[in-house]
Design a protein around this ligand. Structure first.
Ligand code: NAP
Length: 287
């Protein structure tokens, strides 16, 4: 067996062409130019790179961006004020608050201050709740991107056993909810899970989101599984060890070039959806 490579880079590139055309159509029909506001707090170089990649993607598809860089000394109250201003700004369709913020800031409070209609990164408690209930909401960008990738490659989820390693609010938990909504049988593992290897060995679909290089061992993964690695570490290493996997699993995401590009694509797709929804709202108010 030779694994299908779930090529997020190629898929994101082709979806960007569709997004570019959709942005042009929206503007030609008198709609808004979608604008994503990004908030970066502090000077962490990786976070700055991730934000820049998102801004670049907006530019490639013709969307605008508003970049707000705040010093590491910013207080929770100051950040809340910035978010509130962006919530009120009718030119802004989506707000991205780059995770993580400095430790002294109440990140959850700030995420939850983002207006639900501008929560294009899918980080609010309300958005998570709606998504988990199968209602209309923007999904958390990384798991939403993974779901798009799996759908594109026609990966069967219904009735399959998915094992998600990691339970963070932005990745593991929403990933598990999305897989459950797609009728997978879901096991969530975390740092207190016992018998990690035995649980992973039962998985038809493995999602690695633990933030530790190659913590999930290739030998744990059964033949024919679908392997999704959300991790990225120095040297192009993910959260899942890949040794020998390509010859015996059904499909796997490369690192880099798998999940990362799809995260950005989900974010800008959802910003466009927000702009489209606002255009409709504007039209109905005018009418
Ligand atoms: P996080 O907030 O640090 O969460 C890590 C999760 O892994 C936690 O739930 C933790 O369990 C669990 N974990 C840690 N050690 C474990 C162990 N030994 N056994 C089992 N579970 C363990 O990380 P995150 O933000 O969700 O990110 C996860 C990974 O995805 C990272 O590699 C990150 O770089 C990557 N990521 C990629 C993208 C992208 O666009 N490609 C976006 C976001 C994140 P506890 O809850 O018990 O502590």
């Amino acid at each position: 067996m030779s694994a299908v490579i779930l090529d997020g880079k190629a898929l994101a590139k082709s979806r960007e062409q569709q997004l570019q055309a959709a942005v042009r159509n929206l503007q030609d029909s008198g709609g808004l130019q979608p604008v994503l506001a990004t908030i970066l707090v502090g000077d962490d170089p990786s976070s700055a790179t991730y934000v820049q990649m998102k801004i670049n993607a907006c530019g490639r598809v013709g969307m605008g961006s508003r970049c707000i860089n705040l010093p590491a000394t910013t207080t929770t109250e100051e950040l809340l004020t910035t978010i509130d201003q962006l919530n009120q700004d009718s030119d802004v369709c989506g707000i991205l608050l780059q995770h993580p913020v400095p430790e002294h800031i109440d990140e959850r409070l700030c995420f939850d201050a983002i207006a639900i209609d501008k929560d294009v990164d899918g980080v609010t408690t309300q958005g998570f709740g709606l998504m988990a209930m199968g209602e209309q909401a923007f999904g958390s960008a990384t798991p939403a991107g993974i779901m798009t990738l799996l759908k594109h490659y026609d990966i069967q989820l219904s009735g399959k056993h998915a094992v998600v390693l990691g339970r963070s609010a932005i990745l593991g938990k929403p990933m598990a909810a999305m897989l459950l909504n797609a009728n997978a049988t879901v096991t969530i593992c975390h740092s207190r899970t016992e018998n990690l290897a035995e649980l992973v060995a039962q998985a038809d679909i493995v999602v690695g989101a633990v933030g530790k290089p190659e913590l999930i061992k290739a030998a744990w993964i059964k033949d024919g599984a679908v392997v999704v690695d959300a991790g990225y570490h120095a040297g192009g290493v993910g959260d899942i060890e890949k040794t020998g996997l390509e010859k015996r699993v059904a499909a796997l995401t490369p690192v880099p070039g798998g999940v990362g590009p799809m995260t950005i694509n989900a974010l800008i797709s959802q910003t466009l959806q927000s702009a489209e929804q606002k255009g409709i709202l504007k039209a109905s108010l005018a009418g």
